[in-house]
Design a protein. Structure first.
Length: 261
């Protein structure tokens, strides 16, 4: 078993101003996505100019932050929000929903596509391979915060988090599993898949399939949010319920893309 390193969630203190590692991870995700976006835009026949990535990042950031926070408080903490309305602004405490962030980004990309005269899937196919960088950074932020740990395990890499809520028992470091799958593996799949000319919707479809499958699988070893617990059958979580439509939609998009071609 391994002891959790008890990392200070505050990266830097400047008087009353505290810069949290969770926020730093989001910044890394945005900068990484911007850099990779400019690389993609420089490819022959990409249809994009590197300077257009700046505006694209702005729209993405708004979608991620607003959608992610609103998604969390409505999907996972609505009862708490009713009694503590101010909690919606406390993003430094964690509490960001990927599924809410995805909806926010889709809305933002729809607005961006309309503004720039592109089709919706031209935009989503372009940004899909950039998103795993932010996902991986966000999961590392969860690990630094010591949150979203997994179920008890007797595997050699089980980690003791020394948190009263987790108890002094080895648990799956599910944040690191998600970093590996949603960050590293997910990025490699989408990056190399999108390196070749693909029909519209194909990259977006593969994005939905991969994330949905990875998240659905990780939920089996991750402790569900305590305010929700298991929703049915003693093992189904909110994360799995929200991921299932992604898998179905992704299969539909991918199949339709190649059938049309």
């Amino acid at each position: 078993m391994i002891n959790y390193p008890n990392i200070d969630p505050v990266a830097l203190s400047l008087g009353p101003i505290k810069i949290h590692w969770y926020g730093v991870m989001y910044l890394i995700g945005f900068i990484g996505g911007w850099w990779l976006g400019r690389i993609r835009a420089q490819r022959p026949l990409s249809g994009w100019k590197p300077e257009q990535i700046d505006d694209l990042l702005f729209y993405c950031a708004l979608g991620v932050v607003l959608g992610g926070r609103l998604g969390y408080v409505f999907f996972y903490g609505f009862d708490y929000l009713i009694t503590n309305p101010g909690s919606i602004f406390k993003v430094w405490q964690g509490g960001m929903s990927f599924h809410g962030g995805l909806l926010g980004v889709l809305i933002a990309m729809g607005i961006y596509a309309r503004k720039t005269g592109r089709s919706f899937f031209q935009v989503t196919d372009f940004i899909a391979p950039l998103i795993p960088v932010g996902l991986g950074a966000g999961r590392m932020g969860n690990f630094i915060n010591g949150e979203l740990w997994g179920k008890a395990t007797d595997l050699p890499w089980g980690m003791i988090f020394h948190d009263p809520r987790a108890g002094d028992i080895p648990r799956h470091p599910s944040q690191l599993y998600e970093f590996a799958l949603e960050g590293v593996v997910f990025f490699l799949i989408l990056w190399f898949f999108s390196n070749r000319n693909r029909p519209p919707m194909a990259v977006s479809g593969l994005f939905l399939i991969c994330y949905g499958l990875f998240r659905f699988a990780i939920e089996f070893v991750r402790v569900p949010d305590p305010q929700l617990g298991y929703l049915t059958l003693g093992w189904v979580t909110m994360g799995q319920i929200l991921s299932l439509p992604m898998i179905i939609a992704g299969i539909g998009f991918l199949g339709w893309a190649y059938w049309k071609r």
